[in-house]
Design a protein around this ligand. Structure first.
Ligand code: NAD
Ligand code: TYD
Length: 341
């Protein structure tokens, strides 16, 4: 298959691009703006593969999108491009609105203009999040659960999902949505809980737990989420939403304590700090529908976390430039303290 993968230089998009080229033999063109979170290093192992191409550009830029489509002649567009950190969306929501609302609209318009018919119809897959459903104290969200997003991140992602659905209903665009739970694994930017705690643990920095740390997340390894998106792309029904949740739910404190054990850090590094405003207490996703397409998650959290800690230990070439760059200033603004040099 020929694919245009938007946002493919990020954490999950690069995992998906690698999987599609190396395991499925697809030809993949990545279109990516290369924000602070997008890095060509994430795609380093594909750089010399003739089936892989990279175009720098933003999804809200019509010309960039047209150029990438011309270069890729895709049979499908898979859109990962997003601003993805809830804390940044609380501090500065602007780019969340422009990338998720305008960017998704520009991609959908391009797909609508270009789409063929019958077996040549261009498929569009929107990568989304369980956060569009809001928080759930008990039970699990299904694809029929109402959208009740809490943060500017999740609200703009929900808006993008609704726009995608409107293009299916109004124009018959074969568009699908895949909503994942919290991802972890190699190549995740260290603003997110797991890589932030791993690097801080290794450096002897404080481990900043928001509030009581009893918030629960449904963890999925990025290779499993990427595979679920692949199943939706190949076997999903146009117009449908598919949830892909991980096999394990863990309280943040449990995750942080495991990281302390795995890195040999000190429990005394754990510090409870001011809670995130509007913090969702628990996410939980039912994945029955995507399982019916033949997908199931392969990585249990304990095993995946251990592998992830080892990957960060062994790959400081990847994170050293981040930790010594703009990330330091972000960290200071967000946490009111500096990182160890
Ligand atoms: P990430 O922040 O690591 O990567 C996002 C990528 O999108 C980066 O390469 C960035 O440069 C690119 N990008 C941002 N704005 C762009 C724009 N306007 N035009 C083109 N490219 C742009 O994010 P991630 O964790 O890999 O998430 C990928 C997708 O998966 C997102 O849509 C996110 O909402 C969704 N998702 C993430 C998680 C998670 O836990 N990380 C869970 C469920 C769903
Ligand atoms: P995060 O990785 O930001 O993902 P999301 O907000 O999309 O779920 O956070 C995961 C959980 O960890 C969430 O409950 C917030 C919490 N958290 C902390 O306690 N401390 C931190 O420094 C960060 C980044 C997150």
């Amino acid at each position: 298959m020929k694919l245009l993968v938007c946002g493919g230089a990020g954490f999950i998009g690069s995992t998906f691009a690698r999987q599609r080229v190396q395991e499925h033999g697809d030809e993949v063109t990545v279109l990516d703006k290369l924000t602070y979170a997008g890095r060509e290093e994430n795609l380093q192992d594909l750089a010399d593969d003739p089936r892989f191409h990279f175009v720098r550009g933003a999804i809200e830029d019509r010309e960039a999108v047209a150029g990438a489509i011309e270069a890729a002649s895709p049979q499908a567009i898979v859109n990962f491009a997003a601003e993805t950190h809830v804390d940044r969306s609380i501090a500065e929501p602007d780019t969340f609105v422009s990338t998720h609302a305008l960017g998704t609209y520009v991609l959908l318009e391009a797909a609508r203009t270009l789409r063929g018919t019958g077996e040549h119809a261009l498929r569009y897959v929107q990568v989304s999040t369980d956060e569009v459903y809001g928080s759930i104290e008990e039970g699990t969200f299904t694809e029929h659960s109402p959208l009740a997003p809490s943060s500017p991140y999740s609200a703009t992602k929900a808006g993008a999902d609704l726009l995608v659905q409107s293009y299916f209903h109004t124009y018959g665009l074969p568009a699908l949505i895949c909503r994942g739970s919290n991802n972890y694994g190699p190549y995740q930017y260290p603003e997110k809980l797991i890589p932030l705690m791993i690097l801080n643990a290794l450096y002897g920095d404080a481990l900043p737990v928001y509030g009581d740390g009893m918030q629960v997340r449904n963890w999925i390894h990025a290779t499993d989420f990427a595979a679920a998106i692949g199943h939706v792309l190949e076997h999903g029904q146009p117009g449908e939403v598919y949830n892909a949740g991980g096999p394990d739910e863990e309280a943040n404190m449990t995750v942080v304590r495991r990281i302390v054990e795995l890195t040999g850090a000190q429990e005394s590094q754990i510090e409870h700090v001011t809670d995130r405003p509007g913090h969702d207490r628990r996410y939980s996703l039912s994945s029955e529908k995507v399982r019916a397409l033949g997908w199931s998650p392969g990585v249990r959290f304990d095993e995946g976390l251990e592998q992830t800690v080892s990957w960060y230990r062994d790959n400081d070439w990847w994170w050293q430039p981040i930790r010594s760059g703009d990330y330091r200033a972000y960290y200071e603004r967000q946490y009111g303290r500096t990182l160890q040099p």
